[in-house]
Design a protein around this ligand. Structure first.
Ligand code: SF4
Length: 396
């Protein structure tokens, strides 16, 4: 598998882009994780990776999305983006996942990417803006890897994302492949599509379409249309873990999950302080589906390290999770989470009534599977998981 993956990399991706990724993503990512571990030993809180929601503007209305559809879209000012990145660099963090909404609708996207050539930017996109012009910009920049959201083959994908979306997104993949760009596909695993997307045929198809990595995200019932029928049951979660391990040995593509560590134990990236989410209003939130904040990036004269390190809300969130589960409190403990957020007087930054949505939720299975952990059985992934794997653009 490794030799085939290396062959794919050499024959399908521009050498310049591979070298950029090796330096900015792998090498600097490993250094960011090492710096993070040192901070943890000193009792400091600042993540090695950050998620920047540049805007909540989006051209799609996918079911189960947490982005507020109503009202004028918010946009994170360019100077705020620069200030966050500058603060991150001081802590050796050079990896910023750009998301939205649809980040390609952010007017200054390419300015940001060009201004910070020493950083690496996964861009989580629905793929509908991957025209020749934008693909050319990605190639010229070199420090960007598009992560295109596709949730199954045409019928399953368009069921949640809208009719015609699969075809347009896969046209975008074709343009990326033609230009030899290093890119991935982000697939949300739901209770409905799991058999289709965590399977040989799907993985093979994404390889054929040129994806070098496939990142699995497990559906969370959030947003104004939480669509709980898409939730993954406990038995399906165990099956997901089992199949992931099998697929990793079989296919020349990197299969990313941010759910389990090398021992197969559940992980909540926010509870570990591995990555926080900056919302389009500047709020510092635990993770993308949890739009609550007590601080903004503008606090403390924009001293982001001080703001995060001194945040009782983010530190309290870590305690709150760690005392209950290794998994996802959004899924497992929605009511207790509501109490925590109320007690912390956290602002609902969603633009919706996310607190009421959470309060209406029922406890569900997450990736925390005590007694049924399946350790990583492939040495490559054991190493990746121990070093930098958690930060590969993923959130739990
Ligand atoms: S496991 Fe749940 S709470 Fe933790 S980062 Fe993921 S979505 Fe957020």
């Amino acid at each position: 598998m490794l030799a085939k993956l290396a062959y794919r990399l050499v024959t399908e991706v521009s050498p310049r882009l591979t070298i950029k990724a090796a330096h900015l993503w792998a090498y600097k990512g490993a250094r960011a994780v090492a710096a993070y571990k040192r901070r943890v030993r000193r009792g400091e809180l600042f993540p090695p990776f950050l998620f920047l929601a540049l805007t909540d503007a989006c051209n799609l209305r996918c079911r189960g999305c947490w982005i507020a559809a109503d009202g004028p879209p918010r946009v994170l000012p360019e100077e705020d983006v620069d200030a966050v990145i500058a603060a991150g660099k001081k802590q050796r963090s050079y990896f910023y996942t750009l998301l939205g909404g649809e980040p390609m609708m952010y007017p200054k996207l390419w300015n940001v990417v060009r201004r910070h050539r020493d950083c690496y930017f996964p861009i989580i996109t629905n793929g509908l803006f991957l025209d020749n012009e934008n693909v050319g910009r990605i190639r010229a920049a070199g420090n960007v890897t598009p992560l295109v959201s596709i949730d199954g083959f045409e019928a399953a994908n368009d069921d949640r994302r809208g009719r015609g979306v699969f075809r347009e997104a896969t046209d975008g993949l074709a343009r990326l492949k033609k230009e030899n760009i290093l890119f991935g596909v982000a697939t949300t695993v739901t209770g409905k599509n799991i058999d289709e997307v965590v399977a040989d045929d799907y993985v093979r198809t994404m390889i054929d379409r040129g994806a070098m990595y496939l990142w699995y995200y497990v559906y969370r019932p959030v947003g104004t249309d939480p669509a709980p029928q898409y939730c993954v049951e406990r038995g399906q979660m165990i099956e997901l873990r089992r199949r992931l391990l099998e697929l990793r040995r079989r296919h020349p593509i990197i299969l990313i999950d941010t759910y389990w560590n090398a021992a197969g134990e559940a992980v909540c990236p926010a509870a570990l302080g591995l990555g926080f989410h900056i919302g389009p209003g500047g709020g510092i939130e635990p993770c993308p589906p949890l739009s609550f904040a007590c601080q903004t990036i503008r606090d403390n004269d924009r001293d982001l390290f001080k703001t995060i390190n001194q945040s009782e809300f983010l530190r309290g969130f870590q305690d709150f999770v760690n005392r209950r589960t290794r998994g996802c409190v959004i899924l497992e403990r929605p009511q207790e989470l509501v109490e925590y957020l109320r007690g912390a007087a956290a602002e609902d930054t969603s633009g919706r009534d996310a607190l009421a949505e959470l309060a209406a939720g029922v406890p569900r299975a997450s990736h925390h599977l005590p007694g049924e952990e399946i350790p990583e059985d492939y040495w490559v992934y054991r190493i990746l998981k121990k070093q930098l794997f958690f930060g590969m653009g993923g959130y739990g």
